[in-house]
Design a protein around this ligand. Structure first.
Ligand code: PMP
Length: 466
């Protein structure tokens, strides 16, 4: 049956039906989708969403790690509308520019660490990572090291959904055989997840082991062939993996020793998620060569991504005048998106939203950590407003529940019925609320998620599963 385009204002049921019949959702799971369809979201304000039936939810997913300043801000609407009226579009190819794009680039250079003063705009995170991959190759070539074409990334990383960015990432569930990933030239090493460290290894020993593994991988490929290392400071969609103390600093040192460019994928961690403009330097003490960002750059009001890269890379690429950087998108430096980015950063500065993320984020982290007292919660990890609950069958052995139980979805569904949205990812539940949440919101999210986990655990016990 095909839904019919409605002549009048569509009812919630019409919307559900049109979506069901015509939309292929990102990461669609065909079986459950066919049966259940999608939840229709109608409105957003601050940290809350309303569905088409008028039910209210606290959005602890934060859109998708992105609604940092919260939804429904008139100031954002006004800035976007004013830019549409002034100049809706003009390309930034080769030698044309516009005011918001130039201003946002200058602002990003001011906020970014070290000599990361150069900006290339993209349409989102995936296209930023894709472009970073190309920039690494191009820059190494310009630096007189054309053999350095190989890159190293980590297991359990997510870097986007274009062909290259998804090949740089590597989460087991994404690797369906029918997709032909780019396997030559992209190598993976272990995820720095202390909770899943080899048996008996403490965090310090695990860190030594990870650095040694990196060195061994470089030696195996050949140091003169490795051009770049791609890493999320905290691996987001792989399960909010916070690396061991000192790990990123030591990986940076290894990169320096072998002339490997360090690409920090800060699509999630930038713009306040853990209380800083950028996590690389402020939280982990490293200055990358390239930072990729998106999401919180506009707080999701309009799509926009960027690479922020060093003067050193710029100078290498520009050294031989007359060279072209043959990469870019129609919408690179889109004036409306950049105007949204500028207003978003202005609001963050004026309201000290990063300060709130740090203060309330610390409460959030502490409240969520208390969920570890529950029998089914193996670990709660993350920093500030980037938190993940790992559900297990056995806290001692850290064994997982059977995959087909889909415990993360059961908990997310139970929470949703209680007015809270958390994101399910296999056996995990992930949270990244807007940075404007209050101490009261923290209690609501903590108490509600606790009830949801208890309810699912009881259901599983009653069914004789645990
Ligand atoms: N990098 C990271 C670390 C991400 O988490 C994501 C998206 N979740 C991306 C890249 C891709 O960004 P986008 O979906 O905007 O293309």
């Amino acid at each position: 049956m095909t839904a019919v385009f409605p002549r009048n204002t569509p009812s919630p049921a019409d919307i559900w039906q049109m979506d069901h019949d015509h939309v292929l959702h990102p990461w669609a799971n065909f079986g459950p989708f066919e049966e259940k369809g999608a939840l229709v979201i109608a409105r957003g304000e601050g940290c809350h969403l309303w569905d088409a039936e008028g039910r209210r939810y606290f959005d602890a997913i934060g859109g998708m790690w992105c609604t940092n300043i919260g939804q429904g801000r008139k100031e954002m609407a006004d800035a976007i509308a004013a830019q549409v009226e002034r100049l809706a579009f003009s390309n930034t190819f080769v030698d044309t520019t516009n005011e918001p794009s130039a201003m946002l680039a200058a602002k990003l250079a001011e906020l970014a660490p070290g000599d990361l003063n150069r900006v290339h705009f993209t349409t989102g995170g995936s296209t930023a990572v894709d472009t970073a991959y190309r920039m690494v190759q191009y820059c190494q070539h310009c630096m007189g090291r054309p053999e350095k074409t190989q890159i190293i990334a980590r297991n359990m990383s997510y870097h986007g959904s274009t062909y290259i960015s998804q090949s740089v990432g590597k989460r087991p569930g994404d690797r369906v055989e029918q997709f032909r990933y780019k396997l030559d030239g992209i190598h993976h090493i272990s995820a720095p997840n202390p909770y899943r460290a080899p048996e008996g290894m403490d965090e310090a020993a695990f860190c030594d082991w990870l650095v040694a593994e990196f060195e061994a991988k470089i030696a195996e490929i050949g140091p003169d062939r490795v051009g770049g290392f791609f890493a999320e400071p905290i691996q987001a969609s792989g399960g909010v993996i916070v690396p061991p103390e000192g790990y990123l600093r030591r990986m940076r040192e290894v990169c320096d020793r072998h002339d490997i460019l360090f690409v920090a994928d800060e699509v999630v961690t930038a713009f306040g998620r853990i209380g800083h403009w950028f996590a690389s330097e402020s939280e982990f003490g490293i200055v990358p060569d390239i930072i990729t960002c998106a999401k919180g750059l506009t707080s999701g009001y309009i799509p926009l991504g960027a690479l922020i890269f060093s003067d050193r890379i710029w100078e290498a690429m520009a050294a031989d005048g007359g060279r072209w950087f043959t990469s870019g998108f129609t919408y690179s430096g889109h004036p409306v998106a950049c105007a949204a980015g500028l207003k978003n950063i202005e609001i963050m500065e004026r309201e000290d939203i990063l300060g709130n993320a740090a203060r309330v984020g610390a409460l959030f982290e502490a409240r969520m950590k208390r969920l570890e007292a529950l029998p089914m919660v193996g670990q709660v990890r993350g920093r500030k407003l980037m938190i993940c609950v790992e559900n297990v069958a056995d806290k001692e052995t850290r064994a997982l529940l059977p995959e087909d139980l889909d415990v993360g979805t059961r908990i997310a569904d139970a929470a949703e019925a209680m007015g809270l949205m958390v994101r399910p990812m296999g056996h995990l539940n992930v949270m990244s609320p807007p940075l404007t949440l209050t101490a009261g919101d923290v209690e609501f999210v903590g108490d509600t998620l606790e009830r949801a986990i208890r309810q699912v655990a009881d259901d599983l016990t009653r069914a004789g599963i645990r």
